[in-house]
Design a protein around this ligand. Structure first.
Ligand code: FES
Length: 82
């Protein structure tokens, strides 16, 4: 099971984390990965200045747009589904 954790703290919220969660929700569904990928929210990761922050498993990523989130999803989730 892969885990995507998106920060919903106030700084990340202002940088679009809510829309990013929406994107991941749809992307997981479209790729039929509901059973393989869990989507969670969390509060501040102490990385506020770096954009909307998220973890894929234990690795930190910064997404400043839906395009960033899409690239992360394609690279880290889709390409790593064996
Ligand atoms: S609010 Fe997201 S890292 Fe601080």
């Amino acid at each position: 099971m892969r885990v995507i954790t998106v920060c919903v703290g106030s700084a990340c919220h202002l940088k679009g984390s809510h829309q990013i969660i929406g994107y991941f929700k749809d992307a997981i569904k479209e790729a039929n990965l509901d059973a393989q990928v869990e989507l969670k929210g969390c509060f501040c990761m102490d990385e506020c200045t770096h954009g909307a922050n998220l973890l894929i498993d234990d690795r930190l990523f910064h997404a400043n747009s839906i395009d960033d989130a899409r690239e992360i999803f394609e690279t880290e989730i889709l390409k790593k589904q064996a």
